[in-house]
Design a protein. Structure first.
Length: 248
């Protein structure tokens, strides 16, 4: 399950469509918001309950100003970790009902960190840590930030979890770019272009890629959850109908 901020609600629709078709998920991996959704599902939270939880999230719910770590980030996403613990308890990634892997980036050496042996709250905080905005999360001497920098749709960890058939959910496949208005837009477009090009190469290893058409939706508007869930559901049904390996 790939990253994409609020667009991650589309993952819920994908899960609903898979359950509707009685397709079992034997292992799951996630990056950024995809890791948040994957973690809840891996620990047994239903898609409908995940949707209810996501509806209640906003910027203030998951962040607070950081005084201690201002050197590395303006905000801390500890509130997001607290919300995960409130729902799941103080549990480890390895305790999940469905085998789970969460991808983050070690910003000190640009290496991919596949998190399977730490607390679920710390793992989700790490992979949702937007560089420069949120303070990095320290796990096992690694300085971890958003996993989208190294693998935005994390297909590679699924093989290590024993997957025979892999399905990637790419929230940015149909992204539309616009002419930048200022320096911030230039920086955002630059990062998105690099991530999107890498994602196309990485998802080429997947047996099936589900790519909801989300170009018309904002990545920060939390008022569009229902529409995003519907887009994910529709894209998954269409992809499954076209797939020889999973259509049955």
């Amino acid at each position: 399950m790939g990253g994409g901020a609020t667009l991650g609600a589309a993952h819920i629709g994908v899960l609903k469509a898979l359950e509707e078709r009685s397709i079992d998920v034997h292992c799951i991996s996630g990056t950024s918001i995809g890791a948040y959704i994957a973690a809840l599902y891996a620990f047994g939270v239903s898609p409908s309950d995940i949707e209810d939880e996501v509806r209640g999230l906003n910027w203030l719910d998951i962040s607070s100003f950081s005084f201690v770590k201002l050197k590395f980030g303006l905000l801390t996403n500890e509130k997001l970790g607290d919300s995960i613990e409130k729902m799941l308890g103080d549990v480890q990634v390895k305790d999940s009902r469905i085998p789970l892997a969460i991808v983050a980036t070690d910003i000190a050496n640009c290496k991919k960190a596949v998190l399977t042996q730490c607390s679920i709250s710390q793992a989700v905080m790490a992979t949702t840590c937007v560089p420069g905005i949120f303070s990095p999360i320290d796990i096992d001497d690694q300085m971890l930030v958003d996993g989208g920098l190294v693998e935005n749709v994390p297909i590679s960890p699924l093989k290590d979890l024993g997957a025979d058939l892999t399905v990637g959910v790419d929230l940015s496949a149909h992204r539309s770019y616009r002419k930048p208005d200022d320096l911030i837009d230039v920086l955002i477009n630059s990062m998105d272009i690099a991530i999107d090009n890498a994602t196309r190469l990485q998802t080429s290893d997947a047996d099936l890629v589900i790519a909801p058409k989300l170009h018309a939706y904002s990545r920060t508007d939390s008022e569009q959850i229902s529409e995003l869930v519907d887009e994910g559901y529709k894209a998954c049904r269409e992809a499954l109908s076209a797939s020889d390996q999973l259509s049955n």
